[in-house]
Write a protein that binds this ligand. Structure first.
Ligand code: CUA
Length: 393
């Protein structure tokens, strides 16, 4: 009797858990406006190929799970109804038919999955990119992304700018350890392996800012090795490219001029390239037009003066393991440098005006999702959680 009560209780709790999980999944349609990148909210035909595979695998998984759960429930119900608890059930050893069934059925399922998977792998690889693809060399480094456009010669970092409707081929390499390039809404993950070149391609089919993330553990700040894809209209992309090929105008304001001198005297110039100042030091990200980027610190922080000052003063606490040393800058020095970096904008192109509407994905200075008014989205509404932390502490 006692056992029956326990089993009933177990069933009820299980049913409640299932119902809860189902109820929370019903809220999903509200999610695409958030910054959590989803492989289901696609922005390229290649990502849709990945999504097809996802649903195919999910379909088979649900099918297998339902059969297993059905047998399990039948077993539990049968056991509860069976009054002869003290009698040992018949003991059997081996059942050829069953053994064959659970060997052959999974083999068939895996064979069915293999065909579209192989076809997708070949289709999404960089060598399958159309001839008119824009080629970008992407190098993963601890903990940022170098991006060099092969035809135009534009160099940038952490924000990949592409035109909507034109294929983009990425040649992926690593400058140190293993990383993995992943912008879920446009393409699948591709590992960056030292000494090896991988490729992938995609065509962005709508404008917007799409979030990416290094997807291979690569050191202290692996989780802080983010990136953004900025998909612009053809017209805006042409304007961006033209601006990106020019040096930013020299600073005029007193604060910024002081910052430009600090940029040299403090040694920033030894690692960072700035067009018109020095284009050969490439240990760190190219800062030629950092003032026009939407984020700093490899997608960690929104590009605001407050964040820049904090980043310059507390590099190693904002981003543990970062190669950029903490130079012990004073608040004043950091503000001067920030004023200078703010002047390094794309000549003749305003990135924020490039979007007719607000970029679909809004984040606050910590990189966490906020609504259109700038208010943090309640944690209960977020599918994926990251702990909020005070970046400077
Ligand atoms: Cu780079 Cu993880």
């Amino acid at each position: 009797m006692k056992r029956k009560v326990w089993l009933t209780l177990l069933l009820v709790v299980g049913a409640c858990l299932c119902a809860g999980a189902f109820a929370s999944s019903i809220n999903q349609p509200d999610m695409p406006a958030l910054s959590t990148p989803s492989i289901l909210d696609t922005a390229s035909p290649n990502a849709r190929e990945v999504r097809k595979l996802f649903w195919l695998v999910m379909g088979f998984s649900i099918f297998v799970l339902s059969i297993v759960v059905a047998f399990m429930i039948a077993g539990i119900v049968g056991g509860v109804r069976d009054r002869n608890h003290d009698v040992e059930p018949p003991q059997t050893h081996g059942n050829l038919k069953l053994e064959l069934a659970w060997t052959i059925i999974p083999l068939i399922i895996l064979a069915i999955l293999l065909v579209p998977t192989l076809s997708a792998i070949y289709q999404l690889d960089g060598f399958a990119a159309p001839d008119n693809a824009i080629e970008v060399n992407v190098i993963g480094r601890q903990f940022w992304w170098e991006m060099d456009y092969r035809e135009s010669g534009v160099s940038t970092a952490n924000e990949l700018v592409v035109p909507v409707g034109t294929p983009v081929r990425l040649n992926l390499a690593s400058g140190d350890t293993m990383h993995s390039f992943w912008i879920p809404q446009v393409a699948g993950k591709t590992d960056l392996v030292p000494g090896n070149q991988r490729t992938l391609w995609f065509t962005a089919d709508r404008e917007g800012v799409f979030y990416g993330q290094c997807a291979e553990i690569c050191g202290d700040s692996h989780a802080n090795m983010r990136l953004r894809l900025v998909a612009l209209s053809q017209e805006n992309y042409a304007a961006w490219e033209e601006g990106a090929l020019q040096a930013a105008t020299a600073p005029q304001a007193e604060l910024a001029v002081a910052g430009s001198q600090l940029f040299i005297s403090k040694g920033c110039i030894n690692c960072h390239a700035v067009q018109g100042v020095n284009t050969y030091n490439r240990t760190g990200p190219d800062l030629s037009h950092i003032g026009s980027r939407t984020s700093i610190a490899a997608g960690m922080l929104a590009n605001t003066p407050e964040n820049m000052v904090r980043w310059l003063r507390f590099t190693d606490t904002v981003k543990p393991g970062v190669a950029m040393p903490n130079l012990g800058l004073s608040q004043e020095e950091a503000e001067q440098l920030t004023a200078y970096l703010d002047t390094l904008t794309l000549p003749g192109f305003d990135m924020t005006q490039a979007f007719n509407e607000q970029p679909q994905n809004q984040v606050n200075e910590f990189g966490y999702p906020v609504d259109a008014a700038g208010n943090p989205i309640p944690e209960s509404e977020l599918a994926m959680q990251e702990p909020t932390k005070e970046a400077t502490r």
